[in-house]
Design a protein. Sequence first.
Lengths: 114, 110
Amino acid sequence: DSGVTQTPKHLITATGQRVTLRCSPRSGDLSVYWYQQSLDQGLQFLIQYYNGEERAKGNILERFSAQQFPDLHSELNLSSLELGDSALYFCASSGRDRRTDTQYFGPGTRLTVL
Amino acid sequence: GQQVMQIPQYQHVQEGEDFTTYCNSSTTLSNIQWYKQRPGGHPVFLIQLVKSGEVKKQKRLTFQFGEAKKNSSLHITATQTTDVGTYFCAAPGGSYIPTFGRGTSLIVHP
């Protein structure tokens, strides 16, 4: 158990809809990262937050947005969903150990868009 | 942006055979990390290498960081079915963007 929690575990929705994925980092971690993993694809970095502020942006679509709240949990909002958005979405956290930027991954949310 | 190339994409081995996956970068890396993702699971941190030429071992796993800090390898001796999964290397990129290799999926045949 990495200490990172993600909800929901599975999500099935229709094209055009909007969903929110939630992540709670490990206790003491200030950074939260979001990744998308499609079938046979690697981990595509979407966005990183550090202590409530956006720190880095990767290949995140304009239809996607995220935020990190004062209690450090984070939400990833996906809107106008398309079939191609079906994927595993991982959240990871880091920062408690200042000597390393090791990321601890949550169990993921499997999103299916029908 | 920085890219980390990882090969091979897939590797089939018979149980007991050795396995190696390689990561290469065109730029010098400050460090490199390795993660393992079991089928149906999430990536789990294995190790971080920081020093030029560093070699670290974890039981049957040997991790190396090249002298120029541009490449790294993970070698598994005498694979077991429990080694099945996808192995990723990861390196810090510019502007805090972490860069993961595409991963090498290890399939072990009993």
